[in-house]
Design a protein around this ligand. Structure first.
Ligand SMILES: *Cc1c(COP(=O)(O)O)cnc(C)c1O
Length: 424
């Protein structure tokens, strides 16, 4: 045994400094974890400020593309990742994330239109999109007209020298008529008018927003990620996807000027849900179709609106556009070819009180807006307050169901008990 003392063992969790760190040392803490971390999950990078190594790097970095990072509002690795995945889901080339589906709809005219321009929108467009045209856009000198989505000639007749943007939506909101998208898009293309599709219903799954079967599609796809991509009913987000670099640049400039960045906690939620979007879309589609078929046998429902139901307005257009997705589903693919929404016209002989009693009597279908989450929802509507143009829908009390992920048999029993309760 020698007298020399053995070298001191390092203490567990040896501090970098001899003394506990000051605030300054903590803020400027030098440790960097190894940059390579392989896992099937992704990192959640949150930042307002992004740091640069030099003034030259600061000046050289642009927010216009994904070559680097400048400021949290313009994205972090987390939002870049979701943008690329949404872009892939929809078959686009560029995607921007915005704080809600409605913000996605609003970004498009704000980026592309100016005073004196006109916007055309289907008469069954998502209600708040119509409100935007009737409110802010009108105040800014941008005019609009609603067109009959089921009559391409009506669209063609309304396009003028002032028309700069045409919204498309398939299926239409609440009433779910399915328009002849290839015909509508062709008219716009021939007249040189930009088209923007509200692609929330199709979600990039039921059909290709950039190819309606003839090699052509919409110029812009706006998507409420709040619905199926989130799938949890707990986050609001939207996306705007394009295949044209110039269009994307215009949208990106407006996105930057308006400060429409998204929070990375929300991005994380959508990234976490996205791998199951096809499964959830497909499962809810099968359930909704079974319920819509059952509903069409109930005498109290004088019309059932679901594009995959023969006889529903635009069924043939749905069948053509969504044939590839339907063929995949028929071949055993777990995905779907229609969103899990259907509407009914309740017998016009029912009183408004009976309509309310029916909706109130539902136990699993809860009263609430939005859709695409696990819970089934119901909303009664007044069609006459939603439309400017005549419709060919069967008169009745309009009720919209959004089918979630509960057992189909339980949902059917719920509809049946509410019907017998309200109509007894
Ligand atoms: C829900 C919805 C929107 C808006 O999405 P939010 O995130 O709720 O703003 C837009 N279009 C359609 C068709 C929708 O169903």
């Amino acid at each position: 045994m020698s007298d020399t003392p053995s070298p001191a063992l390092p203490k567990p969790h040896a501090p970098l400094h001899a003394q506990p760190a000051s605030a300054t040392e903590l803020i400027h803490h030098p440790y960097q974890p190894p940059t390579v971390f392989a896992a099937p999950t992704f990192g959640v990078h949150k930042a307002s400020t992004v740091l640069f190594d030099s003034v030259a790097a600061m000046r050289d970095t642009t927010w216009m593309d994904k070559s680097g990072y400048t400021y949290g509002l313009h994205g972090t690795p987390t939002s870049f990742l979701l943008e690329e995945r949404i872009c892939a889901l929809e078959g686009g080339l560029q995607t921007l994330l915005v704080p809600s589906g409605l913000a996605a709809l609003a970004l498009v005219p704000m980026a592309l239109l100016k005073a004196g321009d006109e916007l055309l929108m289907p008469d069954n467009a998502y209600g708040p999109n119509k409100s935007l045209a009737e409110g802010e856009l009108r105040n800014w000198g941008i005019t609009h007209q609603f067109y009959d989505p089921m009559n391409p000639d009506d669209l063609a007749a309304r396009i003028s020298d002032k028309t700069r943007l045409v919204w498309l939506e398939a299926a239409g909101s609440v009433t779910l008529e399915f328009p002849d998208l290839p015909a509508l898009a062709r008219i716009c293309r021939e007249r040189g008018v930009t088209t923007a599709l509200d692609n929330t219903w199709g979600a990039g799954i039921a059909f290709n927003p950039f190819d309606f079967g003839d090699g052509w599609g919409a110029d812009i796809s706006a998507h409420a990620l709040t619905k199926y991509p989130s799938g949890g009913g707990d986050v609001l987000m939207g996306s705007v996807t394009t295949r044209d670099a110039l269009l994307h640049k215009k949208l990106k400039l407006a996105h930057m000027r308006l400060g429409l960045g998204v929070g990375m906690n929300d991005v994380e939620m959508v990234l976490r849900s996205l791998p199951t979007v096809h499964l959830r879309y497909g499962a809810a589609d099968r359930s909704a179709r079974a319920l819509a078929r059952w509903a069409s046998q109930q005498p109290a429902f004088v019309q059932v609106l679901h594009p995959a139901l023969p006889g529903s307005p635009g069924h043939d257009h749905w069948r053509r556009l969504c044939a590839p997705a339907q063929a995949r589903a028929d071949a055993g693919d777990d995905s779907g070819a229609a969103a899990s929404l259907f509407s009914v016209m309740l017998d016009p002989g029912c009183s408004p009180a009976q309509v309310d009693a029916f909706c109130d009597a539902l136990r699993l279908f809860r009263l609430g807006y939005s859709w695409g989450g696990p819970i089934s929802l119901v909303v009664p509507y007044h069609l006459d307050e939603m439309r400017s143009l005549p419709t060919t829908l069967t008169p009745g009390h309009l009720i919209r169901f959004a089918v979630g992920l509960e057992r189909t048999a339980d949902l059917q029993a719920d509809l049946a008990q509410a019907l017998s309760h309200a109509l007894r």
